[in-house]
Design a protein around this ligand. Structure first.
Ligand code: MRU
Length: 335
């Protein structure tokens, strides 16, 4: 397989390597992953996360195993096991379905390697095109609010919603970003803040519950968020807390944009109610953990509700930004 280099995933010197997103921003640790169980653990613990990235990381591992001479049945089992790690983001399923097709080829190892290179490079190009389309929605001096992390860390390229913000910052120079910390796992406070700092884009971090008063004060011009799965009718799943923002945006008359590559669109999913929402462990809500260690603030055995994602109805979306263009309400079916 050729060298593939992204901000948090690479294939280099014959190794699949991932940047540990659980340890960011204070420790930059790369792991060398060479078996299915390790990749499952990395994805389950969100050391590897973000809809496009989990699909690509799983794909690179399968391609690595194919190159090592793994048999067809072994690869089939690897694909099934990796697909089962996280249910909500359709990108993982999309990649695994492509791998299953490649596995039917006579030279399945060659076909899988070629596919892995193609999917990685395609994601870079998709992010680029998304940025080029999305930037037309941004004006100089905009204050943009975003949720979770949708940047280079979550993709092979510049990112999706954060990729639009990056492109706009390059164009205008005076964009300011409001960053939701994104409880419970703090992808905004840890990862988006880390990326914006590196890119030297001015940002301000806030707790998720502060977004309403910020909007009421007229300090948010636009909202850009990513997606883990977009249904045929435009409803979409994204990091929990996205739906809150969409409701608030409509109340305050603020444009609300969802940004994603075509690989996040699931034509087989008729509406948001069909999207499986991942439920995660209680300790993410009863306390916090990371490179700084861990602590628990809730009483022992406190009952917890912890869905990783929520579904935003299409009626709250101003426009969908895809790599193929920008689509408003009546035209969404043309995507
Ligand atoms: O649980 P995570 O961190 O994988 O959730 C990520 C998100 O919800 C992102 O917004 C989405 O995957 C898009 S990333 C380009």
């Amino acid at each position: 397989m050729k060298e593939l280099i992204g901000a948090s995933l690479k294939y280099q010197a014959g190794k699949v390597q991932v940047l540990d997103q659980y340890l960011l921003p204070h420790q930059e640790v790369w792991h060398h992953c060479q078996d299915v169980v390790s990749m499952q653990n990395l994805i389950n613990k969100l050391q590897v996360r973000g809809a496009p990235l989990i699909g690509l990381a799983a794909t690179l591992l399968v391609a690595y195993l194919a190159e090592q001479g793994a048999a067809r049945e072994e690869l089939n089992e690897a694909i099934d096991a990796l697909e089962a790690t996280r249910p909500t983001a359709v990108n993982l399923k999309h990649c695994m379905d492509c791998l299953r097709q490649a596995l039917q080829q006579h030279d399945f190892a060659g076909a899988i390697v070629q596919l892995a290179e193609q999917l990685f490079e395609e994601d870079v190009a998709l992010c680029q095109r998304i940025g080029e389309h999305g930037v037309s929605l941004v004006e100089a001096a905009d204050n943009i609010l975003t949720h979770c992390n949708t940047g280079a860390l979550a993709t092979a390229g510049i990112g999706t919603a954060l990729g639009v913000i990056y492109t706009a910052a390059q164009k205008f120079g005076d964009i300011h970003v409001w960053v939701d910390e994104t409880r419970p796992l703090l992808q905004g406070g840890r990862l988006t803040a880390y990326e914006l700092k590196r890119w030297q884009i001015p940002y301000t971090l806030l707790c998720d519950s502060m977004a309403a008063s910020l909007m009421a004060a007229g300090k948010v011009d636009k909202i850009f968020v990513g997606a883990d799965r977009i249904a045929a009718n435009g409803d979409f799943a994204n990091k929990v807390g996205t739906y809150n923002l969409a409701v608030l945006a409509q109340y305050h008359g603020i444009p609300f944009y969802v940004v994603a590559p075509k690989t996040t669109f699931d034509a087989k999913c008729i509406h948001g109610g069909d999207i499986e929402i991942e439920l995660r462990c209680t300790s993410e809500v009863t306390g916090v953990s990371g490179s700084f260690g861990e602590c628990q603030w809730a009483p022992d055995n406190a009952p917890v509700f912890n869905p990783a994602f929520d579904v935003t109805p299409a009626s709250l979306v101003t426009a969908w930004v895809f790599d193929s263009g920008i689509y408003y309400q009546p035209e969404f079916s043309a995507v």
